[in-house]
Design a protein around this ligand. Structure first.
Ligand code: NDP
Length: 296
């Protein structure tokens, strides 16, 4: 299958690299240098114009939001051959994905929302989880492509359902990260080192991905690697608010977390990784969870 990959960002770069190992892969990136670097390392072809991806049988997108996907689909959709499948790995709004799906369907292109989890690490290992919304037969046609990037593919419902699951997953991530940071700053103030508290919590019922992995590996050592922008997490939490509102379900805790995550993203700016949310909690509490790194 001829694969086109659009959006070689933190997630798209490793995903496209894994695809290029198994399929003839053509890439497009808004900043062309990144596409040329991909070709130099992994082969295949880079194009300057979206319309030059017209012969693709599978189109993958991994862009910030559904808004950018809609813009790309508006240019590329009309030149794609009917029967092409569009796999959208972006975490976007369910409603936006339904609109893109309808626009592409007019050109005979099957759209599947296929957001991913597993982070840049999972993307590099080809071990992502993909939550897919859309037509089951179209999904079956692209399972081999998904197999190159994912360990687990779950068909969760019609178009938009994948986006909804992803939004809820990520507001849960924001919730556990924020809650753990608040609890740990209190414990540090009370004289319990954060690492000691985590030793207990991670053997107890309060543990989460935040306490087991993110806080010890990225915050306590002050490394805060940039893998997933805090702004993107705030975007996802906002999408989750919309999902709960559209469902007519009251979700006051998730709404509060969404508001706090947006505030943290505004305070720290576009260069902040999602785990740096911890810094906002630390500042408010006047304590730091881990030791300052030498030179850091
Ligand atoms: P990045 O910001 O690293 O990459 C964004 C990509 O989109 C870049 O290739 C960028 O191109 C391109 N882009 C941005 N704006 C436009 C535009 N207007 N037109 C065309 N291309 C554009 O984001 P991530 O890779 O981190 O995230 C991508 C998606 O995946 C998001 O929806 C995110 O929420 C989701 N996600 C991210 C995870 C992570 O751990 N990072 C994990 C799971 C999901 P350029 O190089 O020119 O800037």
């Amino acid at each position: 299958m001829r694969v086109a990959y659009i959006g070689l960002g933190a997630m798209g770069r490793p995903m496209a690299a894994n695809l290029a190992a198994s399929f003839p892969t053509t890439v497009f990136n808004r900043t062309e240098r990144v596409a040329l670097e991909h070709v130099a390392s992994h082969g295949g072809r880079a194009v300057e114009q979206l319309a030059d991806l017209a012969d693709a049988e599978v189109v993958c997108t991994c862009l910030p939001t559904d808004v950018e996907v809609a813009a790309v689909a508006g240019v590329l959709g009309p030149v794609l051959a009917p029967g092409c499948v569009w796999l959208d790995h972006t975490s976007g709004a369910p409603q936006g994905s339904r609109e893109v799906a309808a626009a592409l369907a007019a050109h005979g292109v099957d759209y599947l929302d296929a957001p991913v989890s597993g982070g840049t690490d999972g993307a590099a290992r080809g071990a992502l989880t993909v939550m897919v919304g859309g037509d089951a037969a179209a999904l079956d046609r692209v399972r081999p492509v998904l197999g190159a990037v994912a360990e687990r593919v779950v068909h969760v419902g019609g178009v938009g359902a994948g986006m909804a699951v992803k939004a809820v997953n990520n507001v849960l991530l924001a919730t556990s990260l924020r809650a753990a940071a608040e609890g740990l700053t209190a414990l540090v103030q009370a004289g319990v080192p954060a690492a000691t508290a985590l030793e207990v919590i991670n053997a107890s019922s309060g543990r989460s991905f935040a306490t087991e992995r993110l806080l010890p590996e990225r915050a306590l050592d002050r490394s805060f690697p940039f893998t997933f922008a805090l702004q993107l997490l705030a975007k996802d939490a906002t999408l989750a608010e919309a999902v709960t509102a559209d469902a007519g379900v009251g979700a006051p805790l998730l709404a509060a977390v969404a508001g706090l995550t947006r505030e943290a993203a505004a305070e720290l700016g576009p260069g902040a990784d999602h785990v740096e949310l911890v810094r906002v909690v630390e500042r408010a509490a006047g304590v730091q969870l881990g030791a300052q790194r030498a030179g850091g």
